[in-house]
Write a protein that binds this ligand. Structure first.
Ligand SMILES: [Zn+2]
Length: 459
């Protein structure tokens, strides 16, 4: 009903609806203990590594004790482990992956009379998962995120361009080439991430230039497409407009960072979390990634579940008391920095060398193993005229590449280079099928995926 009403309202009133909707969300986010958490997070920025570990240890104990008392699943599965709430004993707890979480979601989620916030997470397999949060946990998460962004001057109310998976537009908007809605009170313009097509991108670029936002927040794949279009079509985004770009929800490749920073003439600061509520990894002003120990426990494990420098990321997150994440295999892999390396930014949390991204986001080659997202995007090396592509794997020894090209620049010669780059990575046994298409649709979530691996379950 609400949606039907929204659709028939004039643009001005739709903008008001966007504001009213946000006001509800903001009230919850910035109410309760938010201010207290903001203050704490700011104070914690300069803790020494020992102090951070002490804080982590205490939060861990409180968290585990709460979960054992309130979650039926955890009472059974870990309640009898000796000294279970000591962080030193974390490896005696079972690892929980997405399937286990999904199948036991009812008994894992705590029983409480408090109202809980729901968060749907889009599974890459198409099955979604609904986790819940206590409002105080969401408030702590937003306080942390806002503390991170405030290091680069951001606060709610600063002029911001937002790119999220909400669908906002009506047919009338599309006819009028208006791909955004504006919350004038909070100074946020929401751009649709579902209309990233060549013949629409012009309107995005021109509107962003005239709107002149100070901050960008949202899906980097969308921001990237706009940046690439802007560069390819000779637009000059005014200097000193954007102060920072804060990507969410997707892995950042070198290519993404390069084009976004180049076109918008601003730095991108990466941050890693997840809709299930993972602890945070944040990028600092020196361009280094820090594991934020105050938000949870990070373990990096190899295939035999032994600690490793590079491997699967297993997280325990203190802000997930409602649907607890304890030793949760989130499906991403990372590489740690040497433990003795210290960052000069003043943050004493340990460093991550690289977030390798979704383990889902890979192409599997019988010859060469997993080809990760970074390597997939590097197949554009020495090519020109490929506007975007998507690699889809439905069979072990076959690969489908969907490619959108600029016909004036692209050539047979470039096709050869592109295929050559792929062969370098996947080997010669893989059959590569090239499909030239006019567009590549985004997912239901509004994100555009460069890799779709549909055979993960066979591996
Ligand atoms: Zn740093």
């Amino acid at each position: 009903m609400k949606e039907k009403v929204y659709k028939i309202l004039p643009d001005f009133l739709q903008n008001c609806m966007v504001y009213l909707y946000n006001r509800q969300a903001y009230k919850r986010r910035y109410g309760g203990e938010y201010k207290h958490f903001r203050k704490e997070k700011k104070e914690n920025r300069t803790l020494s590594l020992e102090e951070l570990k002490e804080y982590q240890k205490n939060r861990y104990s409180e968290f585990i004790e709460f979960v054992i008392q309130n979650s039926e699943y955890y009472k059974k599965s870990i309640g009898n482990i000796e000294n279970v709430a000591l962080i030193e004993n974390i490896s005696s707890l079972p690892i929980v992956n997405k399937e286990v979480l999904r199948n036991n979601i009812e008994t894992i989620t705590v029983k409480t009379s408090e109202k809980l916030e729901k968060s749907k997470t889009g599974g890459t397999t198409g099955k979604s998962l609904e986790v819940k949060f206590f409002f105080r946990d969401s408030q702590e998460r937003f306080a942390f995120l806002d503390d991170f962004r405030s290091r680069f001057g951001y606060e709610l109310g600063k002029k911001t361009a937002w790119f999220s998976g909400k669908s906002l537009l009506t047919d009338r908007d599309i006819k009028k080439k208006r791909f955004w809605k504006t919350d004038f009170i909070n100074n946020v313009r929401y751009y649709s991430t579902f209309h990233i097509k060549d013949n629409y991108l012009k309107y995005y670029v021109e509107n962003l230039i005239s709107y002149a936002p100070e901050y960008f927040v949202g899906f980097p794949s969308t921001i990237l497409e706009i940046a690439k279009y802007g560069i390819a079509n000779g637009y000059n985004f005014p200097e000193n407009t954007v102060k920072a770009v804060f990507p969410t929800a997707e892995t950042i490749t070198e290519e993404t960072r390069y084009y976004i920073e180049k076109f918008f003439k601003a730095k991108l600061y990466n941050q890693y979390a997840s809709s299930e509520g993972a602890p945070f990894i944040i990028e600092c002003e020196k361009g280094n990634l820090h594991l934020e120990l105050q938000t949870g426990v990070f373990e990096v494990l190899d295939e035999n579940d032994k600690p490793a420098k590079s491997g699967r990321l297993i997280v325990t997150s203190f802000t997930t008391a409602a649907t607890p994440l304890i030793r949760y295999d989130i499906g991403d892999s990372i590489t740690l920095e040497e433990p003795d390396k210290i960052c000069s930014c003043g943050n004493n949390n340990p460093l991550v060398k690289e977030i390798l991204g979704r383990i889902d986001d890979f192409i599997y080659s019988v010859e060469n193993g997993k080809i990760n997202l970074g390597n997939v995007s590097n197949t554009l090396k020495d090519t020109k005229g490929i506007i975007r592509f998507q690699a889809v794997q439905n069979k072990l020894e076959e690969l489908d590449l969907y490619v959108v090209i600029d016909k004036e620049i692209y050539s047979k010669q470039i096709e050869k280079v592109f295929i050559g780059n792929w062969k370098d990575r996947v080997g010669n046994a893989m059959k590569i099928h090239l499909h030239y298409v006019n567009e590549i649709p985004v997912e239901g979530s509004g994100k555009y995926r460069i890799v779709k691996n549909n055979i993960k379950d066979l591996l």
